[in-house]
Write a protein that binds this ligand. Structure first.
Ligand code: UD1
Length: 362
């Protein structure tokens, strides 16, 4: 069975890796990694392939950056050619980036079966490009593999037939558990001269936070204030770096000794920082999940989340630029981690997906 795994952007690599490793051991399956090239910098892509022990992609579409329509269109045009030539038995798309919806559209129109891993998540905020990608992908994919009960409920509410939905769990946790020994064996936080449990990890890249000058300026001021309480390490996403430079905000941040700016880090290095931090301040989806799994307080700078389970059952709290400082202060002296077990977040999602493909699709 020829199975295409669509890799495209940084958060996708952690989602396809466990599945690739599980499928490559099956005699009946031949997984192919198709990299669309949405992310292309070494530290946004190759470094993740190395850490996650993924081979070179079987095909690289090289689409690069662009507007939403350009990026989506370029992936569709390039991937359609591949689909016509290769005719895979199944295309697996993950997450909610532009390449996810583009590959789904191209395959669905050729009548090729598509499975969406991480289906059903909804922020109910259509100003997020990812929400449009999620809705369109789920409308078209034949199989919807969900991480949590709320995702099943969202799909059922949208009228999806129950037979298309299978709760497989959270595949990101598989990647973490697969690499836990390595993540625990390095001490990246020490390389940055940070002490265990005495710093916060910051990531920001959502257009709603970093594209507007006034919003980004306010966020930078807030980070400066938080850094008086707690040292911060901030691996800066290329979109954010570009805007920090354009708006003239980078120098003040860089001069603050309590804010360590770095380039984006590889998976193992970044997760070592997360594992040993006191708290995280982020607008990423994956970090809300990883911190919840590890019982680390997470302050998400967004008005909503497509991962509500991280708030109801995890350690995530939605914040705004106006209240995040107080929220951080409130947990400054709290050193106890609140690890909670969330159903199907157990490192066995890839196994469940493989059985699902074998039993119901093959
Ligand atoms: C994309 C996803 C987002 C995901 C994020 C993770 C969409 C709509 N957005 O956002 O859901 O959370 O990836 O990082 O698919 N750039 C580089 N080097 C790279 C990649 C990007 O310099 O390797 C710069 C380019 O200037 C580019 C900008 O970053 O224009 C944004 O990249 P893009 O892939 O369009 O969106 P992200 O913000 O990364």
């Amino acid at each position: 069975m020829k199975i295409h795994l669509i890799a495209a952007a940084r958060p996708n690599f952690m989602k396809i890796a466990p599945l690739y490793h599980a499928l490559k051991n099956e005699l009946w399956a031949k997984p192919f990694i198709i990299h669309t090239g949405q992310h292309y910098d070494i530290n946004m892509s190759d470094a993740f392939f190395d850490d996650l022990m993924l081979p070179e992609p079987d095909l690289h579409l090289g689409v690069g950056s662009g507007t939403h329509a350009q990026q989506t269109g370029k992936v569709m045009i390039a991937y359609e050619k591949v689909l016509i030539k290769e005719i895979p038995d199944l295309v697996v798309v993950v997450g909610d980036v532009n390449s996810t919806v583009a590959a789904t559209l191209a395959a669905a129109k050729l009548g090729i079966r598509v499975a969406h891993l991480e289906a059903g998540l909804r922020s109910f905020d259509r100003t997020m490009p990812e929400e449009i990608n999620r809705i369109a992908t789920d409308a078209l994919a034949d199989m919807l593999w969900t991480p949590s009960l709320d995702a099943d409920e969202n799909l059922l509410r949208e009228g999806v037939d129950r037979s298309r939905i299978v709760r497989v769990g959270n595949i990101m946790i598989d990647s973490f558990e697969m690499l836990r020994p390595k993540i625990e064996s390095v001490s990246v936080y020490k390389d940055f001269r940070l002490s265990q449990g005495q710093y916060g990890v910051v990531t920001l890249h959502r257009p709603a936070n970093v594209d507007s000058e006034s919003k980004l300026r306010k966020l930078c001021n807030t980070l400066q204030n938080i850094s008086m309480q707690l040292k911060l390490i901030f691996p800066v996403h290329p979109r954010t770096l570009k805007n920090l430079k354009v708006y003239g905000l980078i120098d003040t941040l860089a001069q603050n000794e309590n804010i360590l700016l770095t380039e984006p880090l590889s998976y193992i290095s970044f997760m070592n920082l997360v594992l040993n931090c006191h708290l995280a301040i982020t607008d990423s989806g994956g970090i809300q999940e990883e911190t919840s799994y590890l019982g680390i307080p997470c302050f998400t700078l967004r008005p909503n989340t497509e991962r509500p389970i991280t708030v109801s059952q995890g350690t995530n709290r939605l914040c705004s630029v106006n209240n995040v400082l107080d929220a951080v202060r409130a947990v400054m002296t709290n050193t106890k981690r609140q690890k909670k077990n969330i159903d199907f977040w157990d490192g066995k999602t890839a196994k469940r997906v493989v059985s699902e493909i074998q039993n119901h699709i093959q």
